[in-house]
Design a protein around this ligand. Structure first.
Ligand SMILES: [Fe+2]
Length: 289
């Protein structure tokens, strides 16, 4: 277990913090924790936080936090990065305290996606997750981390090589025919039993780094409860319910307050740890205008 093991936390810059807090609690059922005038954190399990919101005009990810197992792996990761001429900074005590982790590195992937590689998150078992609104079940995190994200890239080979160095595995999982001898490829990378943690190929929305964040629940009722809440809100359904072919996830997508999408899914199968590709989804997932 020398590579990264999960997407541990994500930090988003949001232009409207108050709106985001309401959206996170009332629509997504995340637990909103006040952390200051210009920030808040969101919980979905025993972790101190899984998402950090900071007032910021970018409406984009500010950090994707990738976990390594411990001290030794943290040192090995620094050696791997240095040995491959990937620049990084070691986070100081104050930054570690803000993120509530023991140690962290700050770096960017080749596409400019902002990353932190950390070990030792703070876990608050004395504070069970308290959802922002009723839930039938719970979020699926455990060793699979927060969920998955589709991020921007400037070449699939380039991001594949970078994340392979971090210890991820993966490959093209969708090769969609788009005309004679032409295909549209999507790359999926995993680092645990979740089918994918990062994927690349869809365009970032509105020029941001992120296309979407997927959060998984452990039952279908919470997917449709969220779906109905979105339908009754000012937020738009971006992609109607359907089932993905690669991770077998039943899900739908909404357009959140920052413009990028949030996917709520259920029933994702574990990673097969072998490459295979699909030409279309199993059913559904009709994009909305
Ligand atoms: Fe997704």
């Amino acid at each position: 277990m020398t590579g990264v093991t999960e997407l541990g936390y994500v930090r988003f810059g949001v232009s409207n913090l108050e709106e985001w807090k309401t959206f996170a609690g009332d629509i997504l059922a995340l637990e909103v924790v006040e952390t200051g005038e210009k920030s808040a954190s969101l919980r979905m399990d025993y972790w101190h936080h899984r998402i950090i919101l900071e007032e910021h005009e970018s409406d984009d990810i500010l950090t994707a936090g990738l976990r390594v197992a411990g001290n030794e792996e943290f040192k090995q990761m620094q050696a791997t990065l240095a040995g491959n001429n990937i620049s990084f900074e070691v986070g100081d005590q104050s930054l570690c305290a803000r993120r509530q982790v023991l140690q962290l590195l700050v770096l960017e992937d080749p596409a400019g996606n902002p990353l932190e590689i950390f070990h030792g998150p703070r876990i608050d078992t004395h504070l069970p997750f308290h959802p922002g609104r009723r839930m039938h079940g719970q979020y699926v995190t455990d060793s699979g981390g927060v969920g998955h994200m589709i991020l921007g890239h400037q070449g699939l080979d380039q991001v594949y090589e970078f994340y392979r160095l971090l210890g991820m595995r993966g490959g093209i999982e969708y090769r969609i025919p788009i005309g004679k001898d032409a295909t549209f490829d999507l790359l999926f990378m995993h680092c645990n039993e979740r089918d994918h943690t990062f994927a690349f190929g869809l365009p970032p929305l509105e020029g941001k780094h992120i296309n979407h964040l997927m959060l998984e629940v452990d039952n279908l009722d919470d997917v449709f409860m969220t779906y109905e809440l979105v339908k009754d809100s000012q937020y738009a359904i971006a992609i109607e319910p359907g089932k993905h072919a690669n991770d077998r996830m039943f899900s739908f997508y909404m357009k959140g307050p920052s413009g990028w999408q949030v996917e709520i899914g259920y029933g994702g199968r574990p990673s097969t740890h072998q490459t295979e590709f699909f030409v279309q989804d199993t059913y559904g997932h009709q994009p909305q205008k």
